[in-house]
Write a protein that binds this ligand. Sequence first.
Ligand SMILES: [Zn+2]
Length: 465
Amino acid sequence: MAPKGKDSLKKKISALKPILVVTVVLLISIPAVWLTIIRMEGTAPTLEIELESPFIGASRTVTVSVDDAGSGVRKVWMSLLVEGHEVEILQRTFSSAGFFAGGKEKSVQVDATVAPQSLGLADGKGVIRVVAWDYSLRKWGKGNRVYLEKEIQIDTKAPSIDLISRVHNLYQGGSGVALYRLSEDCPVNGVSVGDHFYPGYAGQAKDPSVYMAFFALDYRQGKETRLAVTAEDYAGNRSTTGLVHHINARSFRKDTINLSDKFFNTKMPDFDRYFPESSGGNRLERFLKVNRELRLRDNEAICRVTAHTEKEILWEGPFLRLPRSANRARFADQRTYLYGGKVIDHQVHMGIDLASTARSPVPAANRGKVAFTGDRGIYGNTVILDHGFGLFTLYAHLSRIDVAEGQMVEKGEPIAQTGMTGLAGGDHLHYGTLIHQTCVNPVEWWDAAWIQNNISAKIDDAGSR
Ligand SMILES: [Zn+2]
């Protein structure tokens, strides 16, 4: 009986054999397949180097992003190689979530500060080299590797500024020009006048390293205002040199404007479209909204136009004044607005009002490019001419405009007719002059001797040097 039972057990075992084999094979092959496919994946991490500019000055931050969706990021390494000399900047290892899971981080971003001088690196051309590895078990467990490099230029020297124009005589509300030579290309350079900055451009003098900046003294800036030339190179190295100058104070006139009911009734409906929410309301409040809020909005819109300028002097000689006209209001008049004997507002008049016969032809004050034409709120129909290097003239309250934006106009060429559009009580030309975004006194630019002494002579000096 026993042998028979033994036989049947043997039979049973031999019947189980294939199942056992399959089980064992599965037990070995599933992790093997998993290891091969998942833990030995062959996709390298993706790598990105973020650098604001290839120029590195005193210090710059380099941001490296590494992504590895397969097995996670293991390590990032970075160096700087300049003129054959290599310095390690960064080495960071990220933790593992265990043998079977791979790296904890699938996506990392590391910042490294590159300060060439403290690394003992000289100025010159070089490369940033970055290597990243993942947690794959390939390459005998070292993981997949990715390499990337980026060309850089180390420049730790500040530009030098050589002033060409010597003494700058300025009046409050007046204009000036500075010429200087820079030792290298500087994307940011110009004249700072207190907290105002006036950019300079090359191209006027024969020497391409000579830059020119027109600047202004705001009518509110007094004798204590600091003037300097500033230049910043591509690597962010900055130099500043004081500008020799003499500031002359100027007193501005006080003016009173009496507002009549007739003025309110005829003028204010024109402005309802700017303040639809308060149209039909109290007319004094509406006037104040126009005189304050709309004035501010219009001045900002003008500044947006004068933020762009031609890098070429388009004008020549003194600027023209509206022929046969009388001065009705001057530059920087301190205006007090009266209504019914009461003071209701104060504003400053930033141009000169010139009155001739109604609808007089308005000549272009000098050669220039039409930078703006159209309705500009309190200024009414307006033309702005760009004379180059940030010098602009403005013509307001026009009844008719005869030029189009982008058009070149010659000195004396009729561009419009005077009128009383906008906040004008009678037919006149509001004539303004701007240096970039600062309103300046137009009178200086009507004066041939002033232009010769303060502008042309300085420009000629730079050309002949
Ligand atoms: Zn005016």
